[in-house]
Design a protein around this ligand. Sequence first.
Ligand code: NAI
Length: 328
Amino acid sequence: TRTPVNVTVTGAAGQIGYALLFRIASGHLLGADVPVRLRLLEIPQGLKAAEGTAMELDDCAFPLLQGIEITDDPNVGFDGANVALLVGARPRTKGMERGDLLEANGGIFKPQGKAINDHAADDIKVLVVGNPANTNALIAQAAAPDVPAERFTAMTRLDHNRALSQLAKKTGAQVSDIKKLTIWGNHSATQYPDIFHAEIAGKNAAEVIADEQWLADDFIPTVAKRGAAIIEARGASSAASAANAAIDHVHTWVNGTAEGNWTSMGIPSDGSYGVPEGLISSFPVTTKNGTYEIVQGLDINEFSRARIDASVQELAEERDAVRALGLI
Ligand code: NAI
């Protein structure tokens, strides 16, 4: 039998946590043959609700679930962690400036990064879901100098999945027929879903669609503003789809992308495609044996260049802001 994998989830008592934990425990994160031990990290006010969720996890009698620990201490929560899903974050409240938001999140992600640095397992993989995800990942990474920088990633898989679904809807194709779609940049309204290299049943997606107006005025804003549309319709923010994307992100990272396809992940830039080194930006990546690589050599047309640059510019501004606050 395999040794259990320690998976730490922050914000475990939140709505994404509630949609996420049961799928981790049932084997969707790592594989149907991989036992897991869960650590739920919450703030003191969230502990009781996390205990309730843990009771329900118990009641599922998941064969793969080998233990649940609940704590409000990051040093305990990340002890021996192999996978960390950083979901809990400080949301933007009314009248809050970006600087305040970044500072509040710095107060969460800096100590968590430090605790990961000091206590996590050597093979730790970190996915930041809590917004602003890319910059929160940067803050955590900066606080963990002993952990290889590439282990800190930010989630753009929900955007990727949203783009797949919109493209399928538009063309009548099945989602499974669509390959090589890319989300570039920040997980924010400036993100750029790129179909110029995507394939639909083997044909170039941009050629199949042949409608730049639809791309600019419909597809891109629909994907970028989908979160707001969900809030409007559901009266609450995306939770199950966000949890699903987190599962997908880690599953793909650990188990690999399929031949002839890639995925999108927010990862530290190595300077590829003109994205300044060190920014945590979304790229097309292939994964294999728990590592990832940026897909190289793609032609970036003018339409894409302007949009990638705008999103990367936003990331650079967020980085400069957290640097000015002493968070990185
Ligand atoms: P929620 O408000 O329902 O839950 C957040 C939980 O985090 C709460 O239980 C809270 O007590 C906990 N928390 C706060 N600070 C913490 C800390 N320092 N340590 C541990 N736990 C802490 O929020 P929800 O809906 O679960 O969303 C969580 C985050 O995910 C938000 O920042 C949201 O914007 C983000 N998100 C990101 C997406 C992406 O695509 N990257 C998609 C959807 C949501």
